[in-house]
Design a protein around this ligand. Structure first.
Ligand code: AMP
Ligand code: GLY
Length: 420
């Protein structure tokens, strides 16, 4: 069959590589893809908000399975757009995608089903928000309701920062804001927890620790993710049982109660405190770079998993994993997450050692005249599998040193809590 993959990041390159391994798959089209996907698939440049043009591609290229990587097209209803057509579309529909698209929707669901999460209040104007903040203790968390490309969360250390956040949100920094959320600041260690579901059957899809901060020691600004490792060091049977019973199952049941059938990956961003899980947020997709970290451990045919999920037969498939430890280190353009230069040549890519335990997924790259150029903040994802995290990290660092890209930087300390 022909397969379409929507997205252009490291996550989509990793999905593309896994899908490519399936004997069922003939040709893959990535929309728009990156330099990495162009080596195993055909990249097609289409604006991801142009569903009509994506549909034309699906028809003209006889695509039978369409996999949606990022949240935006999901929240904008790409799955609903294809309803009634023959193509199987992997991902949640628009109502289900509110789990990521509206933080207030998720908080209300948590309240109704007693899902552990930070205490919260919903405010619909600036003066009420500020009145509440006047008598609050800090730090406190303020959030825009809708999608904000990872920028709508403010951890405020004092009243001034909190007022600034309220003003930014109500002044429309993330689009028209009817409401905002003020939340209790949770303390603990974060963990990324993944499942795949067809709305009835729910299966584990791995865990990871993501390093979001730009500087070593988990300091500095927040980024899209500087690296990750899987499995999470926090995972144990007791915790996993609590995550499923207190958070994941009530969420899927809560959606069913309002006639929403969730189909796709579900990514729970959790805070773990003394082996108790609290939901920070849901994402309706795989994480990035967690996807690049987790997928190389998958033994089962990913295409079969996607198809069985689309056909409501997830129960029929056994998902098997390799026991190795996996790590990913992200190579970024100097300056990221602030300003950085674009269209910078990356030489030495041929010096990287690639095999089934050493992978390099592209993110912000394009290829032109047989050369590869960086166009994004996060550029390449180096992944290694090994019996232990230290060996995995050393293998990645060796590859990064071989590449020796002058315009890039990376964190050498990914996984420091499981290594040092
Ligand atoms: P983002 O991924 O941009 O939505 O950022 C969310 C990040 O903000 C999370 O990964 C946490 O680090 C932090 N965060 C969000 N809500 C809370 C909370 N209630 N308490 C503590 N940290 C939070
Ligand atoms: N790794 C964080 C995210 O994908 O949102």
């Amino acid at each position: 069959m022909n397969v379409g993959i929507i997205g252009s990041g490291g996550r989509e390159h990793a999905i593309c590589l896994s899908v490519k391994k399936s004997k069922k798959v003939n040709k893959i089209y990535c929309v728009p893809g990156n330099a990495g996907t162009s080596e195993i698939a055909e990249n097609i440049e289409i604006d991801l908000s142009n569903f009509d043009e994506i549909k034309n591609l699906v028809i003209s290229k006889k695509i039978e399975l369409l996999i949606i990587g990022p949240e935006k097209p999901l929240v904008n209803g790409i799955v609903d757009f294809f309803k009634g057509s023959n193509v199987k579309v992997f991902g949640p529909n628009q109502l289900a995608s509110q789990l990521e698209g509206s933080k207030i929707f998720t908080k209300k669901l948590c309240e109704k089903y007693k899902i552990p999460t930070a205490k919260f209040g919903i405010f619909d104007n600036s003066s009420e928000s500020k009145k509440f903040l006047e008598k609050s203790s800090f730090p406190i968390v303020i959030k825009a309701d809708g999608l904000a490309a990872g920028k709508g969360v403010y951890i405020c250390e004092n009243k001034n920062e909190a007022f600034f956040a309220v003003d930014e949100i109500f002044n429309g920094r993330f689009g028209l804001a009817k409401n905002l959320l003020i939340e209790e600041h949770l303390i603990g260690e974060e963990m990324s927890y993944f499942v795949i579901t067809d709305g009835n059957t729910i299966k584990n899809f791995g865990t990871a620790q993501d390093h979001k901060r730009v500087l070593e020691g988990d300091k500095g600004k927040n980024t899209g993710g500087m690296g990750a490792y899987s499995p999470s060091r926090l995972l144990n049977l007791d915790l996993e049982k609590k995550i499923k019973e207190k958070i994941i199952y009530p969420t899927i049941k809560g959606l069913q109660d309002i006639k929403i059938n969730y189909k796709g990956f579900l990514y729970a961003g959790l805070m773990i405190k003394e082996n108790e899980p609290f939901l920070i947020e849901y994402n309706v997709r795989m994480g990035d770079p967690e996807c690049q970290t987790i997928l190389p451990k998958l033994k089962t045919d990913l295409t079969d998993i996607f198809i069985s999920c689309c056909e409501n037969k997830l129960d029929d498939i056994k998902i098997e994993w390799n026991e190795k430890k996996s790590m990913c280190i992200v190579l970024c353009s100097k300056g990221y997450p602030d300003e950085y230069k674009k269209n910078i040549l990356i030489k030495n890519l041929k010096k990287i050692n690639i095999d089934s335990n050493n992978l390099c997924f592209h993110a912000g790259t394009i290829s032109s005249n047989n050369e590869i150029y960086a166009i994004g903040g996060r550029v390449l994802n180096f992944v290694a599998l090994s019996k232990d995290f230290k060996t995995a990290r050393n293998k990645i660092l060796k590859n990064l040193k071989n590449l020796s890209w002058q315009n890039g930087f990376y964190r050498e300390d990914i996984g420091f809590k499981v290594i040092d």
